[in-house]
Design a protein around this ligand. Structure first.
Ligand code: URA
Length: 204
């Protein structure tokens, strides 16, 4: 164990969160912070509880601690959602000020023309104001990879609809520094301490 780069063997050494404690080179946080990444399946709601009895994301991530979803995905949207018991981290990750990037795979069913791609990139006028510039690539005809830094309700669906291409299927594939990668729908894993650190750094 090192404390502020000094090797420490005294088990009674007093430390706090700001002491810079490392074990085998990894930062140690106060016990209890959990962050999980889940690939949300279709039909599952991303609130902690549902008044209509539908399955919720928290049921997919067993934990002794009370976990809360970080932000929301629509019930028919699949993909990356985080769950944590660290309320402050959850608030930071969803606060507009930090503009954490969120990337979606968007199926619209037919090839998107350049004019619509340009409009998505430049900003689209929605009833709650113009969207910030987005990053957009057409991976194959009718399939877009779209990255936004805002988190308005139904934002991706509303943006695509506004340029004439209603969304048929939506999956979130990245959130800040994290990617969904090979996690199958319904599966989750707990983030490692370095992954949590990278996530925290994305809000600084
Ligand atoms: N944008 C949407 O329209 N729906 C989601 O679930 C996420 C982003």
């Amino acid at each position: 164990m090192t404390v502020a780069d000094e090797v420490v063997t005294d088990p009674a050494r007093d430390v706090d969160e700001s002491s810079g404690v490392l074990v085998d080179g990894d930062p140690v946080r106060p016990e209890g912070v959990e962050v999980h990444i889940l690939n949300k399946p279709k039909g599952v709601v991303s609130t902690a509880r549902d008044t209509h009895g539908r399955p919720t994301v928290t049921e997919f991530v067993p934990s002794a601690r009370r976990l809360y979803p970080v932000g929301r995905l629509d019930v028919d949207t699949t993909g990356l959602i985080l769950l944590t018991n660290d309320g402050e981290l959850a608030n930071q990750l969803t606060h507009p000020r930090y503009e954490v990037a969120k990337t979606y795979l968007v199926r619209v069913g037919r090839a998107v023309h350049d004019e619509a791609l340009r409009a998505l990139r430049d900003g689209v006028d929605l009833d709650d104001g113009r969207t910030a510039p987005a990053k957009v690539r057409q991976l194959e005809p009718g399939v877009l990879e779209l990255t936004i830094h805002e988190g308005r309700k139904h934002q991706v669906k509303r943006m695509c609809e506004a340029v004439g291409f209603p969304v048929k299927e939506l999956t979130r594939i990245a959130f800040g520094p994290l990617r969904l990668e090979k996690l199958a729908p319904g599966r989750h894993r707990r983030l490692t301490a370095p992954e949590i650190e990278r996530l925290r750094s994305s809000t600084r």
